[in-house]
Design a protein around this ligand. Structure first.
Ligand code: ATP
Ligand code: MG
Length: 248
């Protein structure tokens, strides 16, 4: 289980971007985090695997501070960033996906086998020799997901994975997410696009001004979004169950 306790972060001039955040993500849960621009979602997620070290508070994985073993935290908690370009390190899609395991000194045989498995799973085989920078937005997003999945993380955190994708692009990424959840992974999805994915989560967390202002069952929170600074571009009768872009 991933837990955040008393996490706060301040930048210069006492600007608090995170204020006493307390949350836990039980194993196998699916949480959506939403909130206006600048509310602190990305800052929060960068603490989940130690990319940002807590100034105040702590992040625990299975009851132990992740600071005790950052290598293990980075393997167990996979972050897929808002901007896929920032995650590209390899010259080809294959070498990009292999980068993490190479750092962990997996055997070449194990790397090749696992890279191929991920390429097949995400339908990326045709793109394996391409230079990542030449991929389309949607292809890049899935390549970034592949380079996280190769590490076999227990927790997968995705920051705005639907931005810039068309309907099939969103459906593809969303069906990957739902499949990963069904296979037992813990999913934390940061998104403004509630109508694309809300149907799949069991808990909604709303952030504003660096704080968690509400969390709970999506059915209960859906009608109260405006109270927390989130506009609803859909009508008042929209049900949680209808909020998915998954192709049927
Ligand atoms: N290095 C930094 N120095 C100062 N302030 C920062 C720094 N990084 C982020 N911030 C501020 O922290 C606040 C939260 O930023 P964050 O990126 O977490 O927002 P967000 O909720 O992810 O927004 P968005 O929906 O636009 O992605 C913002 O006001 C941002 O300007
Ligand atoms: Mg962000």
């Amino acid at each position: 289980m991933l837990e955040v306790k008393g996490l706060s972060r301040t930048y210069y001039k006492n600007r608090k971007v995170l204020k006493n955040i307390n949350i836990s993500f039980p194993e196998g849960s699916f949480t959506i985090i939403a909130g206006p621009n600048g509310s602190g979602k990305t800052q929060l997620m960068r603490h989940f695997n130690g990319l940002l070290k807590p100034q105040e508070g702590e992040v625990l994985l299975d009851g132990r501070s992740i600071q005790e073993d950052l290598t293990s935290a980075r393997r167990k908690v996979g972050l897929v960033f808002q901007n896929a370009d920032s995650q590209i390190v390899g010259q080809t899609v294959t070498s990009d996906i292999a980068f993490g395991p190479e750092n962990l000194r997996w055997s070449r045989e194990k790397i090749n086998k696992n890279v191929q498995k991920i390429l097949d799973e995400l339908g990326l085989d045709e793109l394996k020799d391409r230079r990542p920078h030449t991929l389309s937005g949607g292809e890049k997003r899935r390549a970034a997901l592949a380079s996280v999945l190769i590490m076999e993380p227990e927790v997968i955190v995705l920051d705005e994975p639907f931005i810039g994708l068309d309907y099939p692009g969103v459906s593809d990424v969303l069906s990957d997410i739902v499949r990963l959840h069904k296979s037992g992974r813990t999913i934390i999805l940061i998104t403004h696009d509630l109508e694309k994915a809300l149907a799949h989560c069991s808990r909604l967390i709303l952030m504003n001004h660096g704080e968690i202002c509400a969390q709970g069952d999506p059915h209960e929170l859906l009608s109260r979004l405006e109270e927390f600074g989130i506009r609803r571009p859909w009508g008042p009768d929209r049900s949680v169950e209808s909020m998915t872009w998954l192709k049927l």
